[in-house]
Design a binder for this molecule. Sequence first.
Ligand code: SF4
Length: 282
Amino acid sequence: MKKINVKEITPVIRKLFIDANYYIEQDLVDKMNEFLEIEKSETARGIIELILDNHAEAASEKMPLCQDTGVAIVFLEVGQDVQFVGGNLNNAINEGVRQAYKDGYLRKSMVDDPVIKRINTKDNTPAIIYTDIVDGDKVKITVAPKGGGAENMSEVKMMKAADGIEGVKNFVVDRIIQSGGNPCPPVVVGVGIGGSFEQCALLAKKSLLRPLDKINEDSVWAEVEEEILTRINDSGIGPMGLGGNTTALAVNILSKPCHIASMPVAVNVQCHCHRHKSIVLE
Ligand code: SF4
């Protein structure tokens, strides 16, 4: 059994959240440049260039990419031969979030009692933590600060099996078209299909972590993704909703088995600040 002291986790989480908020991943920059080449609208090209400048400026000035520095989402893949010692893992993660949002000058966006009082927790905790147990003795940590504007445009729908693949495509396309400029396009569209009510939402969120230069390993889903992407970009919403043919950069689908009577589908929308960072603790 490999032992990991949770005190090692706190500084790792702190760094990951600061880095995710300051430094965009190269695959997003490459994808935006790809679309810049084919975008027909001059206004849209100007906005894409501004977004790319913003991302470069954030990195060079060590400042957040956006004022909305997001809810602190953490994905853990924990090898089953690992034992955490020295305290509570969730507390150690939350301490890392607390330090990141304070030391990195990141906006604290979490409110407690979300309907009646809406009191800011003042340190962006609690983190939202998902844990998968996997083989081996490594721990993979992925953080994904998630902005409210894009998250608010997401939806879960308990579809009927009879709705079929055309129903799924229409639901995803309509969701993005109805969102207009609200999720700060160009967006990345995460789609979860199958599982249960809550698992399809988690699949949609996890699908956003697939690198933008990787196509779906399943060729059937790869074709569906391409068709949905084309339909979204033909809608004319464009960057920041101001017109153009760059509304979405990618559509990522993840699917799991589900009940014979069900066909849950979820769309999790991600904005042009597509922030996530990972590390593997060996
Ligand atoms: S949706 Fe994204 S880009 Fe828009 S304000 Fe929120 S975090 Fe920032």
